[in-house]
Design a protein around this ligand. Sequence first.
Ligand SMILES: *[C@@H]1O[C@H](CO)[C@@H](O)[C@H](O)[C@H]1NC(C)=O
Ligand SMILES: *[C@@H]1O[C@H](CO)[C@@H](O)[C@H](O)[C@H]1NC(C)=O
Ligand SMILES: *[C@@H]1O[C@H](CO)[C@@H](O)[C@H](O)[C@H]1NC(C)=O
Ligand SMILES: *[C@@H]1O[C@H](CO)[C@@H](O)[C@H](O)[C@H]1NC(C)=O
Length: 594
Amino acid sequence: MARAELRCPRLPPLLLLLLLLLPPPPLPAFLHSSAAAAAVDPPAWAPELDQPFQIPEGWISRGRVAPAERLSLTFALRQRNVGRLREVVRRVSSPDSPDYGHFLSLAEVRSLVSPSSLTLSSVDKWLEAHGVRACQRVSTMDFLQCSVPASTAERLLPGAQFHRYVKDARSVVRSPLPYVLDQELAEHVDFVGGLHRFPAERKELSRAWAVENSPLGRDRRPAFHLGVTPAVLRQRYNLTYADAGTFSHSSQACAQFLEQYFHQADLAEFMHLFGGTFPHRSRVDQVVGHQGSGPAGLEASLDVEYLMSMGANISTWVFSNAGRHESQEPFLEWLVLLSNTSMLPWVHSVSYGDDEDSLSRAYLERVNTEFVKAAARGISILFASGDSGAGCRAVSGGEHTFRPSFPASSPFVTTVGGTSFQQPFLVGAEVTDYISGGGFSNVFPMPDYQVTAVKHFLSTSPRLPPASYYNGTGRAYPDLAALSDNYWVVVNRIPMPWVSGTSAATPVVGGIIALINDRRLQRGLPPLGFLNPALYQLQGGGNNTALYDVTHGCHLSCLDAVVQGQGFCATPAWDPVTGWGTPNFPELLRALLA
Ligand SMILES: *[C@@H]1O[C@H](CO)[C@@H](O)[C@H](O)[C@H]1NC(C)=O
Ligand SMILES: *[C@@H]1O[C@H](CO)[C@@H](O)[C@H](O)[C@H]1NC(C)=O
Ligand SMILES: *[C@@H]1O[C@H](CO)[C@@H](O)[C@H](O)[C@H]1NC(C)=O
Ligand SMILES: *[C@@H]1O[C@H](CO)[C@@H](O)[C@H](O)[C@H]1NC(C)=O
């Protein structure tokens, strides 16, 4: 299930072990055969038969919705020239290419990827034939969002059956059964959004709770801790008072999909308490989407407060798709917005993830292509690597495997892992935070930019888990890391300690990248864009002072007899626990200004 990368209450290891040993629930019958597809006439095609439908914990079915009830569907139309767009990204993101930094505008992206006129007209005809007219396009033409009555949606998408699910005050409409499309549409549509995936779950939690309730936490954590504040981060990552934005067109953003709000008053209070040592702004400049009037959320407050403390004095946007429409997929909604907005912040920090194996192939590939589009435009997108270490997937009757997280596993985003201070009272060396998400994709092959670094890790790591637990040929993550432990956050006017997770690390790195962009823009250079090719080239070249290499500690994984809870371990140079390590701002700036 989708989740925020904030630390969750930990189960005692024994209970966890028991849960892992239980057989997984049987798959719904439709996943075993394509009988549903075969029964429909004319010839049909199921784009997302591999999308598991699981009702997340706490949601209750309220039965089928009335035929007239309106739903919002998102049609992902087949794009053209995706291969060429990837080639563009390779050139504009590689420092040694003559085209480095020659990013495309949104209009140029559209002229490459917009669907063929045959695709556009075929889909239009199909929708019109069902009386669907209330549709909106994005400027790249490759998404179409339509409002349709449930009865029409069920005719349009044979097999689908719309039910209402409720949890607390929330309510969504979803189909527990897979949909099919006319075979003729197979070459025109990637998938239809708004049917299967549930909205992200809110798992906000202060570490205080976890420490007190988890034996693992109690063993490993001191009862008192210095706590991470902007001053601690700025000291550790070597930012001086003067390291703040000065260029008026610099910008940065964070995105929320969790029905979470931040409050400008919390941000002001946070800066009042913790912003004394650097020039800063105390207001978010732009909120895109809906900000509800409810209490502030921990996740949203954390993102904004730390993005604006590292990317100090830089104009900040918050994308907040909180509950805009009950049947939407908020994450997909954000991607649609990116394709429909020509002027976007240069850096986006996103703390959100799903298990890679919980998503259909069509969806994974398409979301990945959306990141390719952003990279072509020079936009840096950072994702939290997740808070479950290597993760664990119990395979019925077989051996366990690690469980990669997506979008962390996309080769076109920069993924941020987590660290802790080696000594809790000393702003000094960092070690692995054992929750730091990391591993290898089972879907996306290893991109060229990281092959040397990852092969070096695989051939030199003294303690590799058995090869059956991971796919050493996939995209490996994270790319780098930052502190993820014991943050102070102001939420609903109250300062809260012990907030932890890679959610915290991601806006820290996001703000630092935005600061480097600020310096580049000031000099008339383009922004950094998709960071990874430059990052791996920089670190692989033996220039190891731009990041503090984290070489101690292992992260979590399956609590079984074979790996006994241990995933990968940090090593010198790149590793799938903390990537290349944590930023040393002046050196990273120097290297990325060259
Ligand atoms: C995209 O933006 C245009 C112009 O602002 C708007 O008319 C259209 O409805 C938007 N599309 C979607 C899918 O929101
Ligand atoms: C950064 O800070 C570390 C210790 O925190 C220090 O050793 C180093 O000299 C500082 N400056 C640079 C440019 O690395
Ligand atoms: C903050 O940024 C603005 C431009 O957005 C700049 O004019 C101002 O001088 C900056 N403040 C400091 C203290 O650097
Ligand atoms: C391993 O990853 C590759 C992509 O890099 C994929 O093609 C292959 O199916 C994966 N293997 C397994 C067992 O998941």
